[in-house]
Design a protein around this ligand. Sequence first.
Ligand code: PLP
Length: 385
Amino acid sequence: MMIYLDHSATTPVSAHALAAMLPYFSEIYGNASGIYSQGRRAKEALETARGQVAAVLHCRPAEVFFTACGSESDNLILRGLAWAATKAGRGAHLITSAIEHKAVLDTVQQLVDLFDCTATILPVDGQGRVDPQDLRQAIRADTVLISIMTANNEVGTLQPLAALAAIAREHGIPFHTDAVQAPGHLPLDVDALGVDALALSAHKFYGPKGVGVAYLRSGHSLIPALTGGGHEGKRRPGTENVAGIVGLAAALHEAEALRPTETPRLLALRNRLLDAIPAAIPGARISGHPHERLPHHASFLFPGLEIQGVLMGLDMAGIAASSGSACTSAAQTPSSVLTAMGVSRADAAGHLRLTLGRSTTAADIDRVLEVLPPLAARIWKLVGW
Ligand code: PLP
């Protein structure tokens, strides 16, 4: 049996989400725009799903629209809000942070390169946190959008989101958060968080791949970055992926229901890794914040070691893990997240991420602690450390 420890990359579809979706592939296949009963049933399912998502976000159903993934949600929100602001002559200055997912950073960069926007990229400290004072100082009269992620995918660090969003609100600037890593682990009440826009992706919380959520507080105008139809309140055109959306809503509802029991369970298992790995492997250290981090997320730096060897060794022992970023080799570009945290290029090549999930047991953690220390020691010896 494989021990799967890459839940921040993706999760299996839960039995509950799968069962909810299945009828919408075959029995209830109508186009949700159709006026016949098949279409009306699809439309009803779509609106029920929207209501379920809104209940978890504590927002109005009309403030939720469905997309094809988390990246698309980030793209549509950022581009749509920035375009609307520039068109209205409100300004064109954007603020984000250096540790965002590329779906945010590359979109901001494109807005700068092609659409006459300017951007301030806020730095982070050695544990990956944005300082609210830095945000306050970066705000200008022409700032029209702030985007800071809820929790980082590579190092698990949580941002002081409520403090950051409160500063945005003081200045009347829309605040977006990429919350793709949050469902099932953190509360998602948009009013408590104080956010105006938020992105989610179903495959990160035991829903299907290819479907995402964008939340946009009413009162904010958005120019649709995709055009072609009046679907989703004219915010995202295209025939709705009803089965996927039904699966997303069922999965989100389930993740929220399981959160009170799963969080302490995962936290206890994860803390064993955070305590035991640096103790058992001389030179290894935790990356990201020691406790202000996602409860299922453990990540480490193994200085002087290229992580691929470790990942392959773990795979041979039946353990699926990752580096947390698409690139691990020192010969390639190092992770921009680790670089922003001040990690050297050489050290960044030795980054390991272990993200736990519903299938993870205490025996899985025992097995990792049995396999990983001698494996790292062997590879270090090979590279002459
Ligand atoms: N944002 C964060 C923080 C992520 O971790 C990911 C996926 O890894 C994404 C956005 C993109 O989500 P999707 O794969 O649904 O496009």
